[in-house]
Ligand binder design. Structure first.
Ligand SMILES: [Zn+2]
Length: 232
């Protein structure tokens, strides 16, 4: 009888120890998770392919059209490549235009980034001029917190694409002024320049441009890991 009691006591003690160990482990896990920085949180980017809205007279805005190439089509293809590339790199990428048309106004495109709590907003355009000579790419920003991202994108893009570097420019484009997150507008060459228009129509150029922008964005978000909670 005494032996049975001893066994029950040992069994109960063992179960108690296991329960304490399990509770301690649970408490430790809860504590660890609550203290952990959001290391695994995926950063969010809003990619805006320029144009694609209806004008006041009911026509779809295709941006500049030169040499048989429409700006809206070119930037849409680049935005598509960029979306794919960034998703592969661990970002959550959201686009403002999924086809020829978007119902979002310029202000709403920027507001989407704020609404999603995005880490960055990237608007893609091509430049144009009344003569065929101007060439090269430029990156525009408005808020000071966007300047570093603009510089990084400009440096990597001009190096990787071998295009004339027209520098970073502070300019009050609507999508930049209304953005409450770091935001840049990229002018990826002149559609009015015959050589650049030919490149802009080339799918290989779309992929190379998207790769360069994705690389710059990923470098930039990593550089902010210490000061920001968003990292991956
Ligand atoms: Zn444009």
């Amino acid at each position: 009888m005494r032996m049975i009691h001893t066994r029950i006591t040992v069994l109960l003690a063992a179960m108690l120890c296991m329960a304490i160990a399990l509770l301690s482990w649970r408490a430790y896990e809860i504590h660890r998770r609550s203290k952990a920085p959001t290391i695994n949180k995926r950063p969010i980017v809003v990619i805006d392919a320029g144009h694609g809205t209806f004008t006041d007279i009911g026509l779809l805005d295709y941006g500049a059209t030169r040499h048989g190439i429409r700006e809206a089509d070119v930037v849409f293809e680049i935005a598509r490549c960029l979306h794919k590339k960034l998703e592969c790199n661990g970002w959550i990428a959201v686009t403002t235009r999924d086809g020829e048309f978007t119902p979002l106004s310029l202000i709403e495109r920027s507001m989407l980034a704020s609404y999603l709590g995005a880490d960055a907003f990237i608007s893609i355009h091509t430049n144009s001029f009344r003569t065929r000579h101007p060439s090269g790419l430029s990156v525009h920003y408005w808020s000071e917190e966007s300047k570093q991202l603009a510089e990084l994108i400009q440096t990597i893009l001009s190096t990787k694409l071998g295009m004339k570097d027209r520098g970073v420019v502070k300019h009050p484009f609507t999508v930049l002024v209304w953005a409450s997150v770091p935001a840049v507008l990229i002018e990826l060459g002149f559609i009015s320049n015959p050589q650049e228009a030919t490149r802009l129509a080339n799918p290989q150029f779309h992929r190379k441009a998207a790769d360069a922008i994705a690389q710059a964005l990923t470098l930039w978000i990593h550089s902010r890991c210490d000061e920001d909670t968003t990292c991956f």
